[in-house]
Design a protein around this ligand. Structure first.
Ligand code: FMN
Length: 221
């Protein structure tokens, strides 16, 4: 599966079967995580066969079942650490999708207490990502239309439209899709319009946009 196909196929999955992540799949996922740690400076760790973070009853909007593997995204608090976590976390999510795994970003509905022992001193948890083999591959979320998230002074080129379409397929907290893309020639500005986890969302949607648009076609402003 190429990465553009992964953008289309990825949906949040909250119910998993008892199939471990192993062999070549585990190696490729771990390699991608290592590379993201190297590039971002964030604390990103895959925790395997650990049912406590999603065990028991957790109040919230998503009901999880049988989550035993998850990726912790953490970092030393800096101005841009949550946007970076969005960008690199989604890079790992799409790699996982390409490897036939299912995922779900989780900001709230997990047990922070079960996870904090895995953090480096001074790092703060940003989010976790549940990962594994789902009971199914999830469903397409309801989406805003492109005109609701674009601010245009000119007729947009094809690459911009494809970027926005990829951004609209991105996961956002409670599916809020609170972002806008501004076009100015080859320059693109993406801004968040607020909400929970809005900076993480912004990193995620910018990563999707860059895949849809093609990095060679534009510059971030
Ligand atoms: C930053 C972030 C935090 C999220 N937190 C939770 C959460 O705490 N619990 C949950 O069940 N889903 C959570 N989600 C998943 C969203 O609800 C989901 O991405 C959104 O409804 C869109 O659906 P899709 O991912 O299937 O496209 C989160 C997503 C993001 C991006």
């Amino acid at each position: 599966m190429d990465i553009k196909e992964a953008v289309k196929q990825r949906h949040s999955v909250r119910r998993y079967i008892d199939k471990p992540i192993e062999g070549e799949t585990l190696k490729q996922l771990s390699d991608e995580i290592k590379q993201c740690v190297y590039e971002s400076g964030l604390g990103i760790r895959l925790i395997k066969d650990e049912p406590k973070a999603f065990g028991g009853f957790i109040p919230g909007y998503g009901i999880f079942k049988n989550v035993k593997n998850y990726i912790i995204l953490s970092g030393a608090k800096t101005e841009d650490f949550d946007e970076k976590a969005g960008w690199y976390g989604e890079r790992i999510v799409l790699k996982a999708t390409q490897l036939g795994l299912d995922t779900c970003w989780v900001g709230l509905t997990f047990k922070k207490g079960a996870v904090k022992n895995y953090l480096k001193d001074g790092n703060k948890i940003i989010c976790v990502i549940a990962v594994g083999y789902g009971e199914n591959h999830g469903v397409q979320h309801k989406s805003k239309t492109p005109d609701k998230v674009c601010v245009l002074k000119e007729k947009p080129p094809k690459w911009f439209k494809e970027g926005v379409n990829a951004a609209l397929l991105a996961p956002t907290a409670i599916n809020q899709q609170r972002f806008k893309f501004y076009l100015n020639g080859r320059n693109v500005r993406a801004v968040s319009t607020g909400g929970f986890y809005s900076k993480v969302d912004l990193g995620i949607v910018k990563y999707h946009f860059s895949i849809g648009a093609g990095e060679e076609n534009f510059n971030w402003e």
